[in-house]
Design a protein. Sequence first.
Length: 235
Amino acid sequence: MALLLHQIPHSPYCLPVVRVLESLHVPFSIVNVSNGDRSPLIRLTQGAYYQVPILEVESETPGCPARLVFEGSDSCSDGLDVARFLDRTWGHGRLFPAAVEGLQGILIPHIESELEGLTFKLADVQSIPSITDLVERTLIVRHKERRFGKGCVEQWQLQAPELTRQLQRLLVPYDQMLAVHPFLLGPAPVYADFALYGVLANLTYQNWNPFPAGLPRLAAWFDRIRRFEFPQQAP
Ligand SMILES: N[C@@H](CCC(=O)N[C@@H](CS)C(=O)NCC(=O)O)C(=O)O
């Protein structure tokens, strides 16, 4: 089954998908999307979606159209359509084990809202000024300002030390969880680990920011999750 991932390389929602596919030994190809121009995604989904990630799963039956998987495509109420598709198709239930479904239902929204709400600002203040294409940079700033108000990127720059302190505080419980297990909820990673990897890999992408200080178990876990491979299972 040929698999294409439409992504933005530093996106906190795409980094987990790449890491999950690698750790499950699933071959895939990547199409990088411009952050400032979502028109290829709009065309691909015939107007249904403009965000990333989007998975394009080519059918093995000649003439059958490719299947597209993105938030909302499978009507998952938690927005985890892509992650749950990966789990059903290649994960053998290891990303969403029934025993920790409730815990993940609390953890993943915390990671994708509370943590991501700080990490994306710290990443943006590093990444946006480094975009060399004037039009792309201006469109991204405009997109941010429409949502967060004029001058928001400059404000986040000034607030960066305080945002970093808030992030460190929010990460303390994650560091504590790792005192008892090598991964957040047990001996092997579940999707919450990959979601947390996504926000921290976005924060530290291309050394934009250092890994948050004072969290030694989390730092050791980050090293483990970025190299983790699931044992191969018979299809
Ligand atoms: N729950 C979705 C989240 C997707 C998402 O928020 N994607 C971001 C990537 S950084 C995006 O494309 N944002 C652009 C926008 O909202 O305009 C998923 O996990 O697939």
